[in-house]
Design a protein around this ligand. Sequence first.
Ligand code: SAH
Ligand code: SF4
Length: 344
Amino acid sequence: MSKTTDTNKSLYGLSPQEIASLIPHAKAFRGQQIFDWVQKGIESFDQMVNIPKNLKDVLEFEGWGLFSSSILEEQIDEDGTAKLAIRLHDGKVLECVLLTDDKGRKTACISSQVGCAMGCTFCRTGTMGLIRNLKTAEIVEQFHLLQNRFGNISHIVYMGMGEPLANFKAVQASIEILHNPRGVNMGLRKITISTCGIADGIRKLAVEGPHVKLAISLVASDNELRSSVMPINNAYPLEELKSAVKDYQEQTGRRVTFEYVLLGGVNDSRRDANRLSDYIRHMNAIVNIIPWNPGAELDFKAPSGEDVRKFTEYLTQNGVLVTRRYRRGRGVNGACGQLATKNK
Ligand code: SAH
Ligand code: SF4
């Protein structure tokens, strides 16, 4: 790929109105037109064939450009899951993943931060600490780098590195761009934000939107255990988290997914299953069981296939809806932070 643009000067992070404001003397529709081109994933101004050259020159002269990030490394699993290490303009590295399901539908799993401050003890990204928030452009660019490389993407999940609700504004703006009907036009029902449970952020999203699907990384359904593996639970204990999720559902009417990373011998007993069932009773919810993925120095045990099967059965017996979505992708994605840590 050609030279990268400064992150603050990437057109990928701008709405049609924002682009229009860069060229105040041009006809009003030019901002929209340029946006349309950018959101096709273009790499060069030459590709914008119906935009007058003098406008492109103005943008270029003022330092505006396209991709601020580039692909550093690519890794493809046997099952087709692809992970890209992406080099940002300041040399920091993040990763994003492309998951392909049985029907061939492609999901982009994108990052919202380099590293993460939340410190969940079972997560490799957590061990990095927060390095920095991503800019809107850097989030949108991940989608286009994946799509340019692997073809049409039908779903987006904010489940890569970082806590999306801890980088609220940039994540919100990136969704507005990717949802724009003139651009990628990704439906809000096809976008999922996964959060460790920042209740205030969930409430803010309920009020401000966009009303995407919500996934909550629950992992434990009693406060003592949850606080010991997810420190955020000290700030927003289970009761408060539930009340925020209920608010969100009242606003949006959407089913929520509870992600349950199964940690061998820690949260996989029948008692854990019963507690989880009680916690989500009377909610429009589904549980996504994610067998823990071993990551280097982390002190947990992956559950056996039999443990996963039994836990799933306990939940089903309790009438809970269960899925193993993203299971295949976990091979690569559960090792979140691995590539980035290696390349740092
Ligand atoms: N910060 C957000 C989104 C990124 S983490 C969140 O926590 O939801 C994406 C998912 O990967 C979360 O559900 C998290 O619990 C899970 N995860 C983290 N480390 C994992 C590991 N080693 N094995 C399996 N899943 C893991
Ligand atoms: Fe951060 Fe999510 Fe990992 Fe927790 S699970 S450390 S919130 S990325």
